[in-house]
Design a protein around this ligand. Structure first.
Ligand code: ACO
Length: 438
């Protein structure tokens, strides 16, 4: 595979100086295309014997990337330079998946070919269907999904760095298409209904809804408005630079693990309540508040109490210190959809009250805590009939092209190194082994 010699930001004329006990070391300053600056510490250990400490990587740029850009202060998100608002309004998830994986929006010819690949690969190997029978009925679909994605590597040719060039199109489309089938099968398993196979004449989103909700006794009627909302949801989840699950994908992938197992790792990382699992946790929280009389002030107070582990789920973000642009799109879509479907959801009323109280509260203001992507998404999923244990699976479906694009960018880049951070050892002082030199 030909590796790409990507340009690694712009080295500025100015250097940063680090003074350690009178010894001055020079650190190159690198600037990205949006003016964000970083200190290149890659030679620091070799030159000084010092490492840097940054728990949770809150201040570490682990890679150079051309895929998505976030301005957390201004609330901006772009994929390949295109604002998320424009993509959510004007482009299908299939187009956005192509944009992320291939670097630009497809023309009509390329879109037709890409869509054709997606249709062609929607069917799961029949022998894998039987795996679903082995999971307990109550198994979480997210765990079924990651297990099944990992199992794909035993049925399909593995794509890794060496075979990348020949197979990337086929494997990325197979993954994007089959993961949708796996997600719907996982759901059918959890509710004890027969599996519904994909249909070749349906669009990506319509096919998913068909596999989820069609049944031998009650055919599912596809509503284009619901397909459109689903499309928007998938688009706004499609990438988000170096978040926890994408970092998991890059870390696992850096050991040259095959793409299926790498993506399974991303799904597992996403399942946590502090990451993608927050959308399910938000619904649980809203229901709890309603059951407790709808007293939002009480829960805002709990969230502020440092002796109480409760946090406002769907609030706060490592990068956004203002309203998450995805939450803005989601909030507007939520109101529109509920109006169209004539649904009055008490959880939406509680969410709005909670948002209002929190946004006017000094604790939340001082820490720049705003609703994130997960705050309103659950209410939309609920309105279109997606059950709560599938919310994070929906997130994974959306994030898949982003993970693939990030993995591809990493393995195609020259000089990519295996991810291997350092540590500061704080354990028991080590004994010297016998005979060791003083
Ligand atoms: N409720 C109450 N207080 C909060 C919340 C919250 N949701 N989020 C952050 N804080 C407080 C912290 O207690 C901390 O206060 P302190 O400075 O007095 O100690 C301060 O705000 C900073 O919070 P950190 O946890 O240090 O911020 P971090 O960037 O590490 O965490 C995270 C970000 C995990 C998203 C956090 O805001 C959180 O737990 N939110 C709730 C879970 C959630 O919605 N996750 C989804 C995120 S979006 C995504 O992953 C798709």
């Amino acid at each position: 595979m030909k590796k790409i010699d990507r340009k690694f930001g712009k080295k500025l004329e100015v250097d940063a100086k680090l003074d350690i006990n009178g010894h001055v070391f020079t650190l190159p300053v690198i600037e990205g295309t949006q003016g964000e600056r970083g200190l290149d510490i890659s030679k620091l250990y070799a030159e000084t014997g010092y490492v840097t400490i940054d728990q949770g990587f809150a201040n570490t740029a682990a890679c150079y990337s051309d895929i998505s850009y976030i301005d957390g202060k201004k609330g901006i998100l772009n994929y390949r330079g295109i604002p998320i608002e424009e993509l959510a309004e004007k482009h299908s998830f299939v187009e956005v998946a192509y944009l992320l994986v291939h670097g630009q929006l497809p023309n009509q010819k390329k879109l037709k070919k890409w869509s054709g690949f997606l249709t062609e690969h929607s069917l799961l190997h029949e022998d894998m269907r039987h795996f679903f029978d082995g999971f307990p009925r109550g198994a979480h679909p997210m765990h079924i999904l990651s297990t099944m994605i990992n199992a794909l590597s035993t049925f399909y040719p593995n794509v890794d760095q060496r075979s990348l060039k020949a197979d990337i199109n086929e494997t990325s489309t197979r993954l994007i298409s089959i993961v949708r089938t796996l997600a719907a099968f996982a759901y059918k398993r959890s509710v004890g209904e027969p599996i519904v196979y994909p249909k070749h004449d349906l669009s990506y989103g319509a096919n998913f809804l068909h596999m989820m909700f069609d049944s031998p006794v009650k055919p599912y009627k596809i509503d284009q408005d619901i397909v459109d909302v689903l499309n928007m949801l998938l688009v706004i989840h499609a990438d988000h630079e170096q978040n926890c699950s994408t970092t998991a994908v890059r870390v696992i992938g850096s050991a040259q693990v095959n793409l299926y197992s790498t993506i399974a790792a991303g799904v597992n990382a996403l399942s946590g309540p502090l990451h993608g699992g927050a959308n399910q946790a938000v619904m649980k929280m809203l229901r709890k508040i309603n059951k407790d009389g709808g007293n939002v002030d009480k829960y805002v107070a709990k969230a502020k109490d440092k002796n109480d582990p409760f946090r406002l789920m769907g609030f706060g973000h490592r990068v956004y210190k203002t309203y998450d642009p995805r939450a803005k799109i989601m909030k507007a879509a939520c109101h529109k959809l509920l109006k169209k479907l004539n649904i009055k959801d008490p959880l939406l009323d509680t969410a709005m009250k909670l948002e209002e109280v929190a946004l006017n509260d000094e604790y939340f203001k001082a820490r720049n805590l705003f609703p994130n992507v997960d705050f309103y998404s659950g209410i939309i999923y609920r309105a279109i009939g997606i059950p709560e244990n599938m919310f994070t699976v929906m997130f994974a479906l959306g994030r898949l092209p982003g993970w693939i694009a990030q993995w591809r960018e990493m393995v195609e880049t020259k000089n990519t190194k295996i991810a291997r951070p350092r540590q500061i050892y704080t354990g028991v002082p080590c004994k010297r082994s016998e005979g060791s030199a003083e």
